[in-house]
Design a protein around this ligand. Sequence first.
Ligand SMILES: [Zn+2]
Length: 122
Amino acid sequence: MKKATGGRRPKPKLKIRKGDEVQIIAGKDRSTRQRPRRGRVVSVDPETRRLTVEGINMRKKAVRESAKVRQAGIIDVPAPIDISNVMLVCPNCDAPTRVGYRVNSSGVKVRQCQKCSQDIDQ
Ligand SMILES: [Zn+2]
C-alpha cells in the first residue's frame, strides 16, 4: 500500500540515470577498500527505485532456445538492486559522490557533484 500524501505530488526525479557509472556501497556486491565495485547503469525503474548495473548482482537465468536466443542454457544476467545501494561516480573527480542540483546559465537544471562542484551533466 502506498501512503496517502494528501494531493498529487510529482515524484522526485532520481539522481541516477541510465548510462551513469555507479559504485556499489551496500549489499552483496558492495565495494571494499581493496576492490571497488563499479558498473554502468543499464536501466532504472523509478517506480520501484531499483536499477540494474552491468556486471553487478548477477543471477543465473535459464533460457530456452528461441528466435531471439540461439543457444539455450544457463546465462548470467544482472538483477536489479535498490538505488540506495549505489552512489554516483563523478566523471570529473572519479569519486563516488552525492548529487546536488543547480540551474545553469541557460536555465537548465543540471546535476552537480557535491565533492568537486563540477556539473555532472553537460
Ligand atoms: Zn566530482
